[in-house]
Design a protein around this ligand. Structure first.
Ligand SMILES: C[S@@+](CC[C@H](N)C(=O)[O-])C[C@H]1O[C@@H](n2cnc3c(N)ncnc32)[C@H](O)[C@@H]1O
Length: 270
């Protein structure tokens, strides 16, 4: 039984494989960000909304056997995937919290580093969600967030149905209570809560019809546009037009795709 039935993207094997591919496409962005946080060998880290644990594993590789990594995840299927991976590695210093951030018990002033990637924009009360995480951060500890400020996504040449994609994704996230622009409010949440903003930097990738970044977007929309139609966020006709636009570009060697902006945000608890 999964603990997050309201989660808009759903929990299943196809989505797990999509997340795995997504991790590969964006791994350098996350690795570079983690490098800048200065994670030390013995740090205690929390990966909140860890999914199948791809970044949790990267964190374990950074903190080594003397540190500690906690993977918090409300999907049993994803958490079990990471549990099995840890077993295969014989890692002993991993903790697992099966639940969402809002309802889980988190030790106060415990973590040196809290990380969340592609989670905060889905959450319906993101400010409270962050407050809870910040309480479990040690003084001097760092919170690192990677998520969208969902602007800039584009398929060139323009002129097809995909030109309206930002509003459609906003409605999709919104249907689950999320906000594709919540990252833009995080500096203000930090300011109110004694967190020093260390970094707020946007990242985008662009590529042609055979690039990994276009393939990443293509897989997302191929799976999720029909789901959006099933939820009446778009009509069947709009779904068909959007898929046609994507497929036309996929067959066009002269196309260019831009990803939406992803923002790297780091803050230090004072
Ligand atoms: C798009 S996935 C990203 C997974 C992982 N962070 C990554 O970057 O590969 C979003 C994850 O957030 C989890 N999630 C959704 N709402 C959550 C909440 N309220 N508390 C904790 N995790 C949540 C979902 O179960 C899902 O695994």
């Amino acid at each position: 039984m999964d603990n997050n039935q309201d989660y808009i993207l759903g929990i299943n094997q196809t989505e797990l494989e999509r997340l795995e591919f997504q991790h590969k496409v964006w791994k350098k962005m996350t690795d570079d960000f983690l490098d800048r946080t200065g994670i030390q060998k013995d740090w205690k880290c929390l990966d909140a909304g860890a999914g199948p644990g791809f970044v949790s594993a990267d964190l374990r590789n950074r903190v080594g056997a003397s540190g500690e990594v906690t993977a918090l995840e409300p999907s049993k299927m994803y958490l079990d995937h990471f549990r099995n991976y840890c077993r295969s590695k014989n890692w002993k210093n991993i903790r697992f919290i099966y639940g969402n951030v809002e309802d889980s018990h988190l030790e106060k002033d415990h973590y040196d580093f809290i990380f969340l990637r592609w989670v905060i924009d889905f959450v319906s009360e993101p400010e409270n969600f962050l407050l809870k995480l910040m309480q479990s951060l040690k003084k001097g500890g760092i919170i690192g967030i990677q998520d969208y400020a969902y602007e800039g996504i584009a398929l060139f040449p323009k002129g097809g149905a995909f030109d309206g994609i930002t509003g459609i994704v906003r409605n999709y996230y919104g249907a689950g209570g999320g906000d594709i622009y919540f990252t833009t409010k995080i500096p203000s949440v930090f300011r109110k809560n004694n967190i020093e903003l260390l970094e707020f930097s946007p990242v985008s990738k662009a590529g042609g019809n055979e690039s990994d970044v276009f393939e990443w977007a293509y897989r997302f929309f191929k799976i999720h546009l029909p789901i959006m139609a099933g939820k009446n966020i778009i009509s069947r006709n709009e779904c068909d037009e959007l898929l046609k636009d994507l497929n036309d570009h996929r067959n066009n060697p002269d196309m260019i795709f831009f990803s939406p902006l992803i923002v790297n945000i780091a803050g230090k608890k004072l």
